[in-house]
Design a protein around this ligand. Structure first.
Ligand SMILES: [Zn+2]
Length: 170
């Protein structure tokens, strides 16, 4: 920050502990805390006066400012980790390669067939126009032939989706 901003920080301190500030104080403080930015320095002044009855010295202010910076960096790391974990989890949930047969619904593709879903609209009683599963068989993921939890949308609706041809899936 600039010497003028250091003077502002000192003015804030003076209004809290009623000290008098001269030019020499500003120069001396600026030599010590001039590396900080004004917002951080003012935050440190506030934290000090919330937690400590001692007259604030530059070392207090610097110590608190470092702590604030450390806390923020840790919080940002924790946020980034949480975000990464969430995204990993979401990718697992969605399955790799998306789920076009389910109309892009965020439902896990592969797993024990959810038979009640196959009962909907009597889907189970007809062969699947999408993945070619036979009547009474679970639908399969065309890329690996494993049974899918939900019937394909085309089988569920009983309508062949003209845009969803085997060619368009490649
Ligand atoms: Zn199917």
């Amino acid at each position: 920050m600039t010497p003028l901003e250091t003077a502002d920080v000192l003015a804030a301190i003076a209004s809290l502990d009623l000290r008098t500030i001269g030019e020499a104080d500003i120069i001396a403080w600026h030599a010590v805390i001039g590396d900080l930015d004004k917002t951080l320095a003012l935050e440190a002044v506030v934290v000090h006066h919330k937690t400590n009855t001692d007259r604030i010295k530059p070392a207090h202010l610097i110590g608190i400012a470092k702590q604030i910076r450390r806390d923020r960096a840790e919080r940002e790391n924790a946020d980034a980790e949480a975000r990464a974990a969430f995204e990993d989890h979401r990718d697992q949930r969605l399955g790799i390669g998306g789920n076009k047969a389910l109309g892009g619904l965020p439902i896990p593709t592969i797993g024990q067939p959810v038979w009640p879903a196959y009962e909907v609209n009597d889907a189970i009683n007809r062969p699947c126009p999408h993945c070619r599963a036979q009547a009474n068989d679970a639908c399969v993921d065309p890329s690996n032939s494993r049974p899918t939890r939900m019937p394909c949308l085309a089988r569920l609706t009983g309508k062949t989706d003209l845009t969803d041809t085997p060619e368009s899936r490649r």
